[in-house]
Ligand binder design. Structure first.
Ligand code: NI
Length: 314
């Protein structure tokens, strides 16, 4: 039984229940203008239990959902395209949406639903250990046309590891994805963005993976709230940009309808990271420049120098 509020203790017990019910009902109808100090607190009815709703999904947005155009861009990029990318110099308003640290058994499928409704293909940098736990999620991700990238097997800071440990992290994740979904990954992203230049070159030459960093980091792993995540991404997105987010976190997935719809309404088109790299514009060779100090601005090599990786989650 609920404990009556102090103000009600002067009333006799015999009519408390009936009186309380009537006040509650009339207060609900009459708005809060004339609050009756004897009205029971809402806690008096808070003990009512509702059954769990396992079918709950994020509520659908109002109105038509914007749709990414069908994009027939190839995913085959040259190994000469570059060793590191935090953005890509392209013609057109293309961006790559990337999600790290999955697969997650609930959040990733919910995200896949949101992407499918918008005809958006994204890139998932997966942790091999989680791939072994949830291979069916990776299979669905691949079946729906998304790209998978190598995010190591155990999500350790690679810059602290020996070459043989780095190889092991790459190989175990590669094998987990191959076993789960039968695909070979084309790119990698180091946990926490931490990878020495020498290690980037080793991985590029031995595995063929360019290192993929990012140009937009909403710091979603700090859980600032879905609307903040969305506004940071909308503010930071530029043509050729690579956007970092984490499908491990439910609030990040909650931020995606506003994020994706906002980007589509601003004219951005979504491609995978490999498609973005394959679109890379080659710098004009030996072109006379008024800025001789920055002849390769926008080139992957130049971007390596300006990229400032920030820690991601875990
Ligand atoms: Ni990560």
């Amino acid at each position: 039984m609920p404990t009556p509020h102090n103000a009600d203790q002067s009333h006799s017990g015999s009519n408390y229940s009936r009186r309380g019910f009537l006040i509650t009902a009339s207060a609900a109808i009459a708005s809060c203008k004339a609050a009756d100090p004897t009205a029971p607190k809402p806690a008096a009815v808070a003990s009512v239990k509702t059954p769990a709703n396992p079918g709950y999904r994020t509520p659908a947005v109002q109105g038509p959902i914007p749709r990414n155009p069908d994009i027939s861009q190839s995913r085959n990029f040259s190994k000469d395209a570059g060793v590191t990318f935090s953005r890509v110099l392209v013609s057109g308003n293309y961006v790559a949406m990337t999600f790290d640290d999955g697969p997650h058994p609930q959040n990733t499928p919910r995200l896949l639903d949101l992407l499918r409704a918008r005809n958006i293909k994204a890139t998932f940098f997966v942790i091999g250990r989680s791939v072994d736990l949830y291979p069916h999620v990776v299979r669905r991700t691949v079946a729906e046309g998304h790209e998978i990238g190598n995010h190591t097997y155990t999500h350790r800071l690679l810059s602290k590891l020996s070459d043989s440990e780095v190889r092991k992290e790459m190989t175990r994740c590669r094998d987990a994805v191959a076993n789960a979904a039968g695909v070979q990954m084309r790119t990698m992203r180091p946990p926490y963005g931490g990878l020495l230049q020498r290690q980037r070159q080793l991985i590029h030459s031995e595995f063929g993976y360019p290192t993929i960093l990012w140009s937009v980091d909403p710091l979603d792993w700090k859980r600032p709230g879905p609307s903040v995540v969305a506004s940071r991404i909308l503010k930071g997105a530029t043509p050729g940009g690579i956007i970092l987010a984490h499908d491990l976190h439910a609030p990040t997935v909650d931020a995606m309808p506003a994020t994706l719809d906002g980007l589509l309404k601003r004219g951005f088109k979504f491609v995978t990271v490999s498609q973005l790299i394959a679109m890379k514009k080659q710098p004009v060779a030996a072109a006379p420049s008024t800025q001789p100090d920055t002849p390769t601005a926008g080139d992957a090599t130049a971007q390596t120098a300006v990229s400032a990786p920030l820690p991601d989650t875990l």
